[in-house]
Design a protein around this ligand. Structure first.
Ligand code: SF4
Length: 275
C-alpha cells in the first residue's frame, strides 16, 4: 500500500476510516507549517485506492480522505474516486477531506454540486486569518477576498465546511485587530464550525527563521486569550455555528454553538484571563 510518512487528520475524525489520496502537500509553502516539509508530493495511484476500498469494511459509514489537500487532484479524479467509494462502500454517507482555498477555486459551482451529490459532505479548510497582510506574511497563497468567494461558492453548493483559523498568527500587539478582521471575514459566509488552532512555531519553518531574524514576535499567552475572546465577541453567524478550541494546540479548551453560547464562551475565556 502507498504509505505516507506523515498522516494528519482532524480531531473530529479520530474514529473515521482513513483513505490515503495524496502524499505530501502540493503547495508546501506556508511559513508556519512543517507537516510535509520532507515529503515529495504525489497522488496515490487509483489501483492502490481501489485495493484499499476492496478490502475495506463494507458497512463503513464515513471516510476521511488523507493528504494535505486531496481536492487538489481535480474534478475528474474526485468524481471517479467518489464513484469508487459508492461502489465498494455502499453504506458510506459522508466523505470528508482537508481542502484549501486554492484547490476549491479550481472547481465550478456545478462541479462542487456534483461532488456533494456523490457523497462529499464535509471539508476542513485552513482560512487562518481575515487579514491580507498576515496571509501574505505567512505565504498562505490566498487572499481574504478569494477565501470569501470560495466559501460562498461552497455554501451555494451546500457543501459543509469547517473554517480552521489560527490565533497568534498576526504577531505581537496585532491580536485584537486580527480577531476582528477574521470574524468580519467569517461573518460573510456560513461555515459549519470555526475551529481554532494556536500558533505553534516549529523549528526549521520560515516562521521560525523570521523570529530568529527579529521580523516576527509571537504574542503572549494573555494576548492570545484576548484574541479568542475578541473573535467570539465579533462572530455573528446567521445560522448556528460551532465554535471549537478543543484541538490539542489550544491554550484554552472551550466549545459551544454560536450565537446561543456566546456569553458562556466569553465568560470562560474571561475567567482564564483573570487567573
Ligand atoms: S498549511 Fe496546509 S497548505 Fe500550507 S504547507 Fe502546510 S499542509 Fe500545505
Amino acid at each position: 500500500m502507498y504509505k505516507s510518512a506523515n498522516v494528519f487528520y482532524p480531531q473530529d475524525e479520530m474514529t473515521t476510516a482513513l483513505l490515503p489520496i495524496t502524499i505530501g502537500c502540493t503547495y508546501n509553502k506556508c511559513a508556519f507549517c512543517s507537516m510535509y516539509k520532507d515529503e515529495t508530493y504525489s497522488e496515490v495511484p487509483f489501483p492502490e485506492i481501489e485495493m484499499e476500498l476492496k478490502h475495506g469494511y463494507k458497512y463503513t459509514e464515513k471516510i476521511f480522505l488523507t493528504g494535505a489537500d486531496p481536492m487538489s487532484i481535480g474534478f475528474d479524479k474526485m468524481k471517479k474516486l467518489l464513484h469508487m467509494i459508492c461502489d465498494y462502500l455502499p453504506y458510506c454517507a459522508c466523505v470528508a477531506s482537508y481542502a484549501s482555498i486554492r484547490s476549491i477555486s479550481q472547481y465550478s459551482l456545478e462541479e462542487l454540486t456534483v461532488l456533494h451529490n456523490l457523497g462529499l459532505r464535509l471539508l476542513y479548510i485552513g482560512f487562518e486569518t481575515g487579514r491580507d497582510d498576515t496571509l501574505k506574511l505567512v505565504n498562505k497563497g490566498h487572499t481574504v477576498n478569494e477565501a470569501i468567494q470560495q466559501a460562498k461558492k461552497l455554501n451555494e453548493a451546500k457543501l459543509l465546511f469547517n473554517s480552521i483559523i489560527m490565533y497568534g498568527i498576526a504577531g505581537e500587539d496585532q491580536s485584537v485587530d486580527n480577531a476582528v478582521a477574521t470574524a468580519n471575514m467569517i461573518n460573510q459566509f456560513a461555515p459549519r464550525s470555526v475551529i481554532t488552532m494556536n500558533l505553534t512555531v516549529f523549528s526549521g519553518t520560515e516562521l521560525h527563521k523570521m523570529i530568529e531574524r527579529g521580523c516576527f514576535i509571537p504574542p503572549s499567552g494573555v494576548e492570545r486569550l484576548i484574541e479568542i475572546k475578541t473573535l467570539v465577541e465579533n462572530l455573528e453567524p446567521n445560522q448556528p455555528t460551532i465554535f471549537d478550541t478543543t484541538h490539542p494546540t489550544n491554550i484554552i479548551k472551550i466549545k459551544g454553538t454560536l450565537p446561543h453560547d456566546k456569553e458562556r464562551l466569553i465568560d470562560e475565556v474571561n475567567h482564564r484571563i483573570m487567573l
